[in-house]
Ligand binder design. Structure first.
Ligand code: 5RP
Length: 228
């Protein structure tokens, strides 16, 4: 699938998911290129149809895009609940084990998802896999002592790389942390791995989102397909 085809599937999934947002809702808005299509469609509905809802965003990038459309964005601590969060994903299997964080927003994404009544992911069909792990697993780590955390990951055979930006410096998350990508190829026991990672001092969060999502909307050449 080339990028144009993939973008068309992402866009179709984003437009389909936008239908879930109704007047008065509090909606979590994820991060990434698929979510950009979702926010474009929500912005269109706000401007053309008078849709009114409140958003909680998982990154400053999404906040800027949404506010550009006049969507009201509030701090997560200013709401007592989130009705539904719609986000992208890098890989998802049939048991709804997933890898997220390709856009370095995994920490805020997990916090927003954890505080949502309903979680929906929007993906193109290439993201649906038999077993997760081919996509490098992002792990957010504190910069202080990050070299030692990376060494520990090497010793465990996780094949870590520090994610670098185009300016040659480490990528920084919205919380100013680093992202280490683990090149695992296949994750057979995601729960064990998740526990190992979160118990490593210096790790803030990892990109394993295990059985958290309620619905996945898949952009498919035959039209958006819903997995529940
Ligand atoms: C950002 C994410 C994204 O949702 C994920 O990387 C999917 O991105 P895209 O829609 O661009 O493929 O987890 O941290």
């Amino acid at each position: 699938m080339d990028k144009t085809q993939q973008d068309a599937l992402k866009k179709a999934a984003g437009i389909e998911a936008a239908k879930l947002i109704e007047n008065g809702m509090i909606a979590g808005l994820g991060t990434g290129s698929t979510v950009r299509f979702l926010v474009d469609e929500l912005g269109r509905r706000v401007q053309e149809e008078g849709l009114t809802f409140t958003g909680v965003t998982t990154s400053r990038r999404t906040q800027e895009q949404a506010e550009g459309y006049g969507i009201k964005i509030v701090d997560i601590d200013d709401v007592d609940h989130i009705d539904v969060t719609i986000d992208g994903a890098d890989e998802v299997d049939q048991n709804f084990n997933s890898i997220k964080g390709g856009g370095a927003a995994l920490l805020w994404e997990k916090i927003v998802a954890t505080n949502s009544n309903k979680i929906v992911w929007i993906v193109d069909e290439s993201k649906v896999v038999d077993t997760i792990g081919k996509f490098p697993l992002p792990v957010e780590v504190i910069p202080f002592g990050a070299g030692h955390v990376i060494k520990r990951f090497e010793d465990r055979g996780y094949q870590p790389t520090l994610r670098m930006a185009e300016d040659g410096k480490p990528v920084r998350t919205d919380e100013n942390n680093y992202v280490v990508d683990l090149h695992l190829e296949l994750i057979d026991h995601p729960q064990d791995l998740a526990e190992d990672l979160i118990n490593t001092v210096g790790v803030v969060e990892h990109g394993l989102f295990l059985n958290m999502v309620d619905t996945v909307i898949v952009g498919d050449p035959h039209g958006p397909r819903v997995m529940t």
